[in-house]
Design a protein around this ligand. Structure first.
Ligand code: FES
Length: 67
C-alpha cells in the first residue's frame, strides 16, 4: 500500500526505513523523502513510527549470551 504518493513510498519501504533506525518524521523524510512535499502522509508516517516503536518495546528481552 502506498503511504506517500508524492514520493511513491509504500508501507514496506517505510518499515525498512524505520527498522534501519529512522525515529522521527524528519529522519524518515531524510531517508526516503516521504512526508517532505504535500504533507498528506505525515499523520500516517507518525502513526507507523509509533506502531513500530510499540511493537519493538513489546518484544521480550533476550538473555545476554554467555561465553
Ligand atoms: S503524500 Fe507524502 S509528501 Fe505528499
Amino acid at each position: 500500500m502506498i503511504v506517500c504518493v508524492c514520493h511513491g513510498v509504500n508501507d514496506r519501504a517505510l518499515n525498512t526505513v524505520i527498522d534501519s533506525g529512522a525515529q522521527s518524521l524528519r529522519e524518515v523524510g531524510d531517508a526516503c523523502g516521504a512526508g517532505t512535499d504535500c504533507g498528506q502522509c505525515c499523520r500516517d508516517i507518525v502513526k507507523k513510527l509509533r506502531d513500530r516503536a510499540a511493537s519493538v518495546s513489546d518484544r521480550p528481552e533476550r538473555a545476554p549470551l554467555s561465553k
